[in-house]
Design a protein. Structure first.
Length: 130
């Protein structure tokens, strides 16, 4: 089983091609690449650079993913998006306007696409049962 928090060089290159018209996403991919594909580490760096990191380490990652679930795991969003299109997920997270999501949209989107939108949103249902 692959780790969804780790992007391969091939995945990064694929996302670069799909996001080539989004300079913010490309800049975030540069950070992901410098982190060896580690999405959690890239998220911490991006959040800190944007001044949005009020929490430590993995909490920033979990917070960002929880906020992302609130945006991408609704029927309206899912109905208008093919689940494997990273550009649509990045755009949705950036336009949500939350400073943390804007800062870390690409790492979150990479995780969502790698996990699959369906599985990512199923995790939201599991969280709400706890």
């Amino acid at each position: 089983m692959t780790d969804a928090t780790q992007l391969t060089s091939e995945e990064i290159q694929q996302y670069r091609e799909q996001l080539k018209d989004n300079s913010q996403a490309i800049a975030q991919l540069d950070i992901i690449e410098k982190c060896g594909g580690d999405l959690e580490q890239a998220t911490r760096i991006l959040a800190r650079r944007a001044g949005t990191e009020g929490v430590r380490g993995g909490i920033t990652w979990e917070t960002a993913l929880k906020q992302a679930r609130g945006i991408v795991c609704n029927d309206d969003f899912q109905g208008g998006l093919a689940p494997d299109l990273i550009s649509g997920v990045v755009a949705a997270l950036i336009t949500a306007g939350d400073p943390l999501l804007v800062a870390v949209a690409t790492p979150c989107a990479g995780y969502i696409v790698k996990t699959s939108l369906t599985k990512f949103c199923d995790q939201k249902q599991l969280e709400s049962k706890d």
